[in-house]
Design a protein around this ligand. Structure first.
Ligand code: SAH
Ligand code: SF4
Length: 383
């Protein structure tokens, strides 16, 4: 059976080479071709013997998802649309911010968790993304950005400012264009656990993307048992979508809270920090006008997190059609942040980026052939 080499991390690739009777160290070479250089044909791997390339052609393939479109926002944010089978598309967003370049990656086609304020959640769920489909987002973005860096700078070698083709994903100063990855696109990464962990392993691998654990962030709505597994298997930076300071409200906004209520979630956050590359959890808190943005909510939050070293990231709600919610007014967000900061909680407010191309948090919708009951219900209603 033909295997897709983009589905493997280094260990998987070494095992596969062993299985076909090749030296496992070939895995490192091939990894570099695939992910450093963005090779899409074995013929390009010039330091492999011709006979090996021929065997690879016979047994394996390099099959990233198909790039179906690319949009650039006025603020430099870029959205990539990737086809992952008939009727299903996922989105990936690149956000340049000074020295930093963050890629926001999707892990599922849709999401089954139905958070009320999330456009992905409203669309229903089709399936988990494969490792190749998760990594394919980084693979494509590196290719596109390496070809056309956003901030061309003079070549240090010549000093004449001429344009030279940089290595994939690296700018003319040798800096990575994508310096950070956040799994904050479509889907709940911890409900696609195995594939997410394998993809993370490739992101961190020096033979592939070589990102630091501190610069790769998993965002979760709070799947407690999987947070415990991640702490052991692949500790990276962790962001938790909190969004409400008490169970009654969180039950409404994020139905998953009924399964893993706040006390359990806070305990899991504390356990995670025992083995995390950063010494704090980032709590994401979406600001919904009149819903969770009142002074009493700030007071409850302060109590809730008093034993969890953390930072807050307030996210002004990004609207989408028929969401039923409004963004909190700017002044209210400022007051909320000040109250948290007065208690010594580091609090930032996320800038809205890319909303002119529907690339802001919670606006990613791609295209999802829903397999849950939701679409059915909607169709019945429409009928
Ligand atoms: N499923 C994971 C990761 C994807 S969502 C999670 O929920 O954490 C990434 C972030 O965007 C989450 O914090 C999510 O709550 C937030 N988000 C969802 N809908 C949003 C919206 N309409 N406006 C702003 N942020 C939103
Ligand atoms: Fe899924 Fe995250 Fe959206 Fe909730 S916020 S529906 S967990 S993608």
């Amino acid at each position: 059976m033909t295997v897709n080499l983009l589905d493997f991390d280094l260990r998987g690739l070494a095992d596969w080479f062993a299985e076909i009777g090749e030296k496992p160290f070939r895995a490192k070479q091939v990894m570099r071709w695939l992910h450093h250089f963005g090779a899409d044909e074995f013929g390009q791997m010039t330091d492999l013997a011709k006979s090996l390339r021929a065997r690879l052609d016979e047994y394996a393939e390099i099959r990233p998802p198909v790039l179906a479109g690319e949009q650039v926002s006025d603020d430099g944010t870029r959205k990539f649309l990737l086809e992952v089978g008939p009727g299903n598309r996922v989105e990936t967003v690149f956000i340049p911010e000074g020295e930093r370049g963050t890629l926001c990656v999707s892990t599922q086609v849709g999401c089954a968790l139905e958070c009320r304020f999330c456009s992905t959640g409203r669309q229903g769920f089709n399936r988990n993304l494969s490792v190749a489909e998760i990594l394919g987002q980084l693979w494509w973005a590196n290719k596109a950005l390496g070809r056309d860096p956003l901030t061309p700078s003079p070549s240090p070698a010549s000093g004449r400012g001429e344009l030279q083709a940089p290595a994939r994903g690296v700018d003319r100063n040798g800096e990575r264009i994508i310096s950070n990855v956040v799994l904050m696109g479509m889907g709940e990464p911890l409900l696609n656990y195995e594939n997410t962990v394998t993809a993370l392993s490739v992101m961190l691998d020096d033979h592939a993307y070589g990102l630091s654990r501190r610069r790769v962030t998993v965002s979760t709505s709070g799947i407690v048992p999987a947070m415990d597994r991640l702490r052991v298997d692949m500790p990276v930076a962790l962001a938790v979508s909190l969004h409400a300071p008490n169970d009654a409200l969180r039950d409404q906004l994020l139905p998953i809270n009924r399964k893993y209520p706040l006390a359990d979630l806070m305990a899991a956050c504390r356990r995670y920090l025992d083995n995390a590359p950063r010494d704090f959890i980032t709590f994401e808190y979406i600001m919904l006008d009149g819903v969770n943005d009142q002074p009493e909510h700030a007071e409850q939050l302060i109590q809730l997190v008093r034993d969890v070293p953390c930072k807050f990231n307030l996210i002004p709600f990004n609207p989408f059609p028929n969401s039923g919610y409004r963004r909190s007014p700017r002044e209210r967000v400022r007051e909320f942040a000040s109250r948290l900061m007065a208690e010594g909680l580091v609090t930032t407010t996320r800038k809205t980026r890319g909303d002119d191309i529907d690339a802001a948090c919670g606006q990613l919708a791609g295209q999802v052939l829903d397999k849950t009951r939701r679409t059915g219900q909607r169709l019945e209603m429409a009928a």
